[in-house]
Every structure is written in structure tokens, then in C-alpha cells.
Design a protein around this ligand. Structure first.
Ligand SMILES: C[S@@+](CC[C@H](N)C(=O)[O-])C[C@H]1O[C@@H](n2cnc3c(N)ncnc32)[C@H](O)[C@@H]1O
Length: 282
């Protein structure tokens, strides 16, 4: 517990006050001043003890909450590391992977993609926003030996980076990135921004729709158009997964979708960034 300058000043002031009162008492009541001095000294000591006790309690509380925070952080790092291990154990990448987390999907989300793809063996996957997730999806398809992923990317620079990643990992047979800038799209009389779908050839029903874009700064409820614009392309029974479920926008988007599409069930996944897993019934 730290002693501050103000503490020393307060103690010195109390000492000066005690001395002054004792001297005045000596002058006024003679030897009986000792009683006044003792009472005042006792009160002073009790106040110091009480304040010390109060402060040490506060320090203890702060230390406990810091420990809880550190424990939660450690738990999170451990979960992400564990998820990465299980992804790489199954997928065995040819060359090192780019970083996950931050702007990219977190390992727990990527692991869920692996589980979904290996479990459901989707033939056609559409992804909104490219990056590490595209690589993971393509490795899964290579692992099961069939299927394709088409990844929509609104940013030409990152479209090229993901395209290069795909070719350096030898996954060109499974994944394709389409540079599709955001453009106006009308949904129920309201204008939204969405990937320019006229630049794509969505030629097969979508079995798995992975939504991790456009970035939230592009517009409010940036990912809302995904379902209204792609619902007609979904296979009878299909799966939709959306990252960043712990953001307010994504929570609102799912509520709006649920009000509109009654054949879609929804589950919230407790991931680092949260996620929504939706299943469209036949
Ligand atoms: C939320 S990120 C998701 C990217 C992808 N789904 C993933 O998990 O890797 C959305 C956007 O970030 C951008 N992006 C891709 N690579 C990036 C990088 N290395 N640094 C910053 N932004 C990047 C792309 O424009 C992408 O559409």
C-alpha cells in the first residue's frame, strides 16, 4: 500500500493540532490536560488504523478483480491456442498461415468452420469477405476432396492478397476470390450497400453461407443485406454462420432476419467475438 505526500501532511497536521490543543489545555486546566491529550491521541490512532484498514481492503479488491481479469484473458488465449492446434492437426497447411484474430476471424470461429464443413460436406460455399477464413475453408474442401468456395471481397488490395494466399497454398481448385466492390442494392424500398453480385456467377445453390463482411464502418447494419439478397440462392437446407455476434449491429441484424424468415433457426455461439449459427430448414 502506497503512502502519499498528502498522508504525511495529514499526519503532521494532526500532530500539530494535537500539540496545540494540549498546550491550550495545559494553560486552561493545568495537569488535567493529560486527559484531553490522551483522548485526542486515542481518536487519532483509531482514525489512522481505520483508514489503513479501509485502504488495504480496497487494494485487495483491486488485486482480486485484476486477477479475475487476467484469468479470463488467459482462458481466452488458451481457448484460441487450443482451437488453432485442432485446426492445424486436421488441415496440415503446406506453408505457414497468416495471423488470425484482430481484423481476421479468431481461431474459435475458424474451428467452427472446420467442424461444419467436415461434418456437413457442403458442395458450394459463399463467403462475404476474404482472408484467413477463405484459406481455412479451402483447406477443408481439399481435406474432404470436393466442393468450392466463392469469396466476395470489396477491397481490391485484399482480394489480391487472398488470391495470392490461395495460390501459394495450392488451393486454386477449391477457392476463388471475386473482387466485388460495394454498390447500391434495394431491399424493400430501402437502399443498402452490398457486394456487386453482377460480377459473380452464383451458379449453384449455396449450402453454407459465411458472413464476415462488409466491415461495420461501411454502413449501419452492414451485413443485413446478406440474407435478403442471397436467400433465393440458398439450398433448401442450408447453414449460415455470421462472425462478430457480440456486436450490437449483428444482434439487431439477426432479429430483423428472424422477423422475416420463419424457416431459419438461430443459435448464438459464445466465441471470442461471438457468432450466430443459423439453419435454414427445407
Ligand atoms: C472482418 S475482415 C474478415 C476477413 C476474413 N473473413 C478472415 O477471417 O480473414 C473483413 C475485411 O478485412 C479486410 N482485410 C483482409 N485482409 C486484411 C488485412 N491483412 N489487414 C486488414 N484488413 C484486411 C478485407 O477487406 C476483408 O473483407
Amino acid at each position: 500500500m502506497e503512502i502519499k505526500k498528502i498522508d504525511i501532511l495529514v499526519v503532521l497536521a494532526a500532530f500539530a493540532f494535537l500539540t496545540a490543543v494540549s498546550l491550550i489545555a495545559l494553560w486552561l486546566v493545568g495537569n488535567n490536560a493529560i486527559i484531553v491529550t490522551m483522548i485526542l491521541s486515542t481518536v487519532l490512532v483509531l482514525l489512522i488504523v481505520f483508514e489503513t484498514y479501509r485502504r488495504s481492503g480496497r487494494v485487495r479488491d483491486e488485486q482480486t478483480s485484476l486477477l479475475h481479469f487476467a484469468h479470463r484473458e488467459n482462458e481466452c488465449y488458451y481457448r484460441q491456442t487450443e482451437a488453432l492446434f485442432s485446426i492445424f492437426t486436421v488441415l496440415k497447411p503446406l506453408i505457414p498461415f497468416p495471423d488470425t484474430r484482430g481484423w481476421a476471424a479468431s481461431p474459435d470461429f475458424l474451428k467452427k468452420l472446420v467442424e461444419l464443413i467436415l461434418g456437413e460436406k457442403p458442395e458450394y460455399i459463399l463467403e462475404a469477405s476474404s482472408g484467413v477464413s477463405t484459406l481455412v475453408i479451402a483447406y477443408c474442401l481439399k481435406h474432404i476432396g470436393s466442393g468450392r468456395v466463392l469469396s466476395l471481397e470489396h477491397d481490391q488490395h485484399y482480394a489480391q492478397i487472398t488470391e495470392d494466399l490461395i495460390s501459394s497454398h495450392g488451393l486454386g481448385d477449391y477457392a476463388k476470390v471475386v473482387y466485388a466492390p460495394l454498390k447500391d442494392a434495394e431491399i424493400n424500398g430501402k437502399m443498402w450497400l452490398w457486394y456487386d453480385l453482377s460480377l459473380t456467377d452464383i451458379d449453384t445453390p449455396i449450402d453454407l453461407l459465411v458472413i464476415d463482411g462488409p466491415p461495420e464502418k461501411t454502413q449501419r447494419l452492414a451485413r443485413f443485406p446478406a440474407l435478403p439478397l442471397l436467400y433465393k440462392n440458398l439450398n433448401g437446407e442450408s447453414t449460415i454462420i455470421m462472425d462478430d455476434g457480440n456486436r450490437e449491429d449483428e444482434t439487431e441484424i439477426v432479429k430483423l432476419w428472424q422477423g422475416e424468415y420463419h424457416d431459419v433457426d438461430c443459435e448464438y455461439l459464445e466465441f471470442e467475438k461471438g457468432a450466430f449459427l443459423l439453419r435454414k430448414k427445407k
